[in-house]
Design a binder for this molecule. Structure first.
Ligand SMILES: [Cu+2]
Length: 471
């Protein structure tokens, strides 16, 4: 069964021709064209094996036009190169840590053995190396990403430039024919000389950053400031969007049109879902079908709308501004015929709440989970391999905490008791201020110690993390 996505709504052409008055926080002098980070070269000749080398090292790159910035980079680029694999592939990552400090590669959201998770339990020292090896589970095609996960230093290392996309493809992807774009969202803050700006530890800014997480005033998409993305009138594009910002939450919208969500963190939804705007918390991913509803030669933009995740006392002054992320420019080619999109993307069997062996209550407060700070020597949650559990996340403070569980993908059941509108596989869920979320998870395989934490990296670094042991 196919549905045809509608192309134009009345009045839209006029709106898109005069793209909104929103201003970006920082504007580049010349608009770059959106391009993708390089794709990691597969050095294996074996079918079904993806073998790559990733080196983390200091580098000096032009992140903002005309300035050179000392960064940490994977294979010399920010964002790092994209790891592409297929379901069922054996993935081997030869990681070399040439940073002056310990680090890891955490393949965020990927279901893999605990020893391959790149968690704080698997630190690779400065100058060290490690081979991550795992097989990508069938049915988990989706948009993932990788980043360092050392205890206490995650925010710093990600802010210094260590993050990259990890795309898992399926041979039976029902929308594989739709042209694809990758959008890795990040932000940063710079000194006048181009150096990445970290506040002095005793400053007011340091306190604000500790509370909010360090937000940048320069917004990047694939490392570009306000790039231009081309689209043809009538065309439909599949956008894979990753929030790689350590603390900024995005509320994505294109003025005058709705977005069609087709995938969540861990792959396709069951059906396309029409959304006015999409909230993308730290480390979340979404796949969208973006329709070229504007006329040839017009332009519009992808924006992030205001979203109040903050405590009133540390709310940034411009929190309620709309920021522009990407200029969407229509080619002068005549409109394309409508594109057919399947009404059914895949089937996601519901995990059965009647089979839940326990409910884990997780209370998130100011910097604490269940009243405690992270301790690598403590196990906070014990679970039995093969069982299914419900996790009840309660945010008891006045700011959002996006919650991430390592190793196991889950299904959100409800938010504040309201059943989730559509089923999806996720590995992170935002828990807004004073709200609660329940999800269900099955520990299908892979015993070991797994992290769970707030994905505002400053919160994680300051102890909002715990350990789940599956035995
Ligand atoms: Cu948090």
């Amino acid at each position: 069964m196919l549905v045809v996505l509608l192309t134009t709504t009345p009045g839209m052409q006029a709106m898109t021709q005069h793209a909104s008055s929103a201003r970006s926080v920082a504007t580049a002098p010349t608009a770059p064209t959106l391009s993708n980070p390089p794709v990691l070269k597969n050095i294996s000749s074996k079918t079904g094996t993806v073998e790559v080398t990733i080196t983390a090292a200091p580098a000096r790159l032009e992140l903002v036009p005309g300035k050179l910035t000392d960064v940490y980079a994977y294979n010399g680029s920010v964002p790092g190169p994209t790891l592409e694999a297929h379901e069922g592939d054996r993935v081997i990552i030869h990681f070399r840590n040439n940073l002056p400090e310990a680090s890891t590669i955490h393949c965020h959201g990927v279901h893999l053995p605990a020893a391959m998770d790149g968690s704080p339990f698997g630190l690779i020292p400065a100058g060290g190396h490690f081979d991550y090896e795992f097989t990508i589970k069938r049915g988990t095609a989706g948009t993932y990403w990788y980043h360092p996960h050392p205890d206490v230093r995650s925010e710093y290392q990600v802010a210094m430039g260590l993050f990259g996309a990890l795309i898992v493809r399926a041979n039976d992807d029902p929308i594989a024919a739709i042209p694809e774009r990758l959008l890795i969202l990040s932000d940063n803050r710079f000194r006048p000389d181009g150096a990445i700006d970290f506040p002095d530890s005793n400053s007011v800014q340091a306190e604000v950053d500790e509370e909010n997480g360090r937000e940048g005033n320069v917004l990047f998409v694939n490392g570009h400031i306000m790039p231009t993305l081309s689209i043809r009138s009538g065309e439909v594009q599949r956008w894979r969007v990753i929030n790689a910002s350590p603390s900024r939450i995005y509320r994505l919208a294109i003025p005058g049109q709705t977005l069609v969500q087709v995938a969540s963190d861990d792959g396709l939804l069951e059906h396309p879902v029409e959304m006015k705007d999409i909230l993308l918390a730290n480390s979340e991913r979404v796949e969208l079908l973006v329709r070229g509803t504007g006329p040839p030669s017009s332009q519009t933009e992808l924006q992030t709308l205001p979203y109040d995740r903050y405590m009133p006392q540390t709310r940034p002054p411009n929190w309620n501004a709309t920021h522009s992320l990407v200029t969407l420019r229509y080619s002068d080619a005549p409109p394309m015929p409508p594109v057919a999109v399947p009404a059914v993307l895949r089937v996601i069997p519901a995990l059965d709440t009647m089979k839940a062996a326990a409910t884990q209550v997780i209370v998130m407060s100011q910097g604490l989970i269940n009243g405690r700070m992270m301790d690598m020597n403590r196990v906070d949650v014990h679970a039995t391999l093969g069982t299914t559990e419900i996790w009840q996340l309660e945010n008891v403070v006045g700011m959002d905490h996006p919650f991430h569980l390592h190793g196991f993908q889950f299904q959100v059941l409800d938010r504040n008791g309201v059943p989730e509108k559509f089923r999806s596989w996720k590995d992170v869920v935002n828990v807004p201020k004073h709200e609660s979320v329940r999800f269900i998870v099955q520990y299908t395989d892979f015993p070991g110690k797994w992290m769970f934490h707030c994905h505002i990296l400053a919160h994680e670094d300051h102890g909002m993390m715990g350990v789940l042991e599956v035995q």
